[in-house]
Design a protein around this ligand. Sequence first.
Ligand code: PBG
Length: 327
Amino acid sequence: MNFPAYRPRRLRRTEVLRRMVRETALTPDDLVLPLFVTFGKGVKKPISSMPGHFQLSVDNVKKEAREVKALGIPAVILFGIPEKKDETGSSASDPKGPVQEAIKAIKDRVPELVVITDVCMCEYTNHGHCGIIKDRDVDNDSTLDLLAEEALSHARSGADMVAPSDMMDGRVGAIRTALDENGFSAIPIMSYAAKYSSAFYGPFREAAESTPEFGDRRSYQMDPSNTDEALREVALDIEEGADIVMVKPALPYLDIIRRIKDNFGYPVAAYNVSGEFSMIKAAAEKGWLDGEKAMMESLVSIKRAGAGMILTYFAKEAAKTLGKTFL
Ligand code: PBG
């Protein structure tokens, strides 16, 4: 395989040839769109750091769900912005909360669309942390019951899948037990297994109004420097009953996606988080890069790294671009 006998450029000469030897193909089937559901009616409040994204009330979520399905995107993941927040995030399990109502509305109008719910306390607590506070830190074991209760309430409202993002130890097991004991053994768990303590969540915290009031999340989310620890987190979650394991964020952690893909025979999801989205949007707005190309390159690289599912704020735009390319 030496030059001049081998010339890699031969197969790059035309678009058709490039298509024939392409190793990774992105499709709308790979995408999951995150949605922010708020209380009230007729609400469509723009999220300033995430152009094209909004806090939506349930009526508008319903409309959005129809559009998502029409684009060939198979699933959405819901985040809630409740009317009231308190010390223990008690509205997380409110059967009439925004997420619970949105699940019912989507399943009623667009039943084929898979509804995944984010299970975490940070949107519901007045201090913005992902669980119950004791001695200025999140108390692991007392938080587990609340998470199990929240997941159960999503399942009771008709969620197709629950996705715990809190990073408490033992939460997948606690949620699995609660679901099984209440007749929901068929509901899968997508665990945020390797979730890093990341600066790239900034815009999301504006969107979900979940910035911690004091301190940060480093006592529960992972240290960005670690990779073996991600394998231990995934192994634990699988043992506790996770059906899909997620890496988050995506682009700064492609090596983690690949290691997990190679080490476990499980479906791997990756969360292309808010900061990854906003960076590209901001640079494109300034004319510093081609936003559409940067989007497609990012998404294909996440899939190439080993993710079979990509949670991304680009889902609708990417599905439209894919439609253009292949029609
Ligand atoms: C809740 C949660 C977060 C994200 C998803 N679920 C924020 C956080 O941990 O602070 C981030 C998603 C994104 O940035 O797009 N724990």
